[in-house]
Ligand binder design. Structure first.
Ligand code: ATP
Length: 264
């Protein structure tokens, strides 16, 4: 299978050594040591300056080829535009290096570090590392609280810019020296509606509940604390109002979610 996946991306990127990082529902993610433009492949501008990520949306055989090509192109363009906007407004996310829209390829900065257990430092893996190594005290420590608050603030900053992630989970947040960064913008969009922001928060809340069930109450409360803080510190009274609107909507969305799960 791995050879097949590598073969798929190498049709478009011959002679580029790649290593599979993840095979998601929509895309394949590879790591490479090659930069598309720099002759020695060392980027002086990036912290992780000799490793890069290639995200590739392979053709989906179950879709009509024309529709498939159009979906792939739209999602790739959408993701690239979103990443560029994030860079402009200073929200931490991978820097864009290069893109091939027609073939669904994005070449970007490689974020994250390696945890002591060898996993990449996503928010999920980090919490799992603490939870699974039976360091329960650590799971509800100040260190975790501070990171959760930072993650909440990052989401808040995104929403204050009328941007909605669309797939907020603890694996779509990478930590670098305990500073969070967002990844995976395939479902992201622009919206100033409190409803859309509330759905984003609800997705995150549910993801935390299902992935980190033991401490989810604490994590979610801290995430919302950071979310509230950033509204007030960055936008004062106006921010407070926006925050209240979104949280009211979140209560509606939760209620709808509960009704739906009761009805099956
Ligand atoms: N810029 C990056 N730096 C480091 N790792 C990354 C980067 N982008 C993606 N990854 C790794 O690849 C994984 C999958 O990436 P991404 O979520 O963008 O793809 P996806 O196909 O949409 O995944 P899924 O369908 O599982 O949501 C991430 O969880 C992360 O481990």
């Amino acid at each position: 299978m791995t050879d097949y996946l590598v073969g798929q991306v190498q049709k478009h990127l011959p002679h580029i050594p790649v290593e599979v990082v993840s095979q998601g529902a929509e895309a394949l993610v590879f790591k490479t040591s090659v930069h598309p433009y720099l002759p020695n492949s060392i980027s002086p501008y990036l912290d992780n300056h000799d490793e890069y990520i290639i995200k590739f949306r392979p053709p989906k055989p179950y879709r009509h080829p024309k529709i498939d090509a159009s979906i792939t192109k739209n999602r790739t363009v959408g993701e690239v535009k979103f990443m560029s906007k994030l860079a402009r407004i200073g929200i931490r996310a991978p820097s864009l290096i290069s893109a091939d829209f027609n073939n669904g390829i994005i070449w970007m900065e490689c974020l994250g570090q390696t945890l002591p257990n060898g996993e990449v430092s996503s928010f999920k893996n980090w919490l799992w590392y603490l939870e699974r190594n039976e360091i329960p005290d650590k799971c509800v420590s100040d260190e975790v609280r501070v990171v959760c608050i930072k993650v909440g603030a990052l989401i808040g900053r995104l929403h204050l810019n009328n941007m909605v992630h669309g797939d907020l989970t603890s694996s779509n947040i990478l930590l670098e020296n305990f500073e969070p960064a967002l990844i995976d913008f395939g479902l992201s969009s622009y919206s100033g509606l409190a409803e859309d922001k509330a759905v984003d928060l609800y997705v995150m809340e549910r993801a935390i509940l299902s992935t980190h069930s033991v401490f989810s109450d604490k994590y979610n409360a801290w995430l919302l604390e950071g979310y509230e803080q950033i509204h007030e510190t960055e936008f004062g009274k106006q921010g407070k109002k926006k925050h209240l609107e979104t949280i009211r909507k979140l209560e509606d969305v939760r209620l709808r979610g509960r009704k739906r799960s009761m009805l099956g």
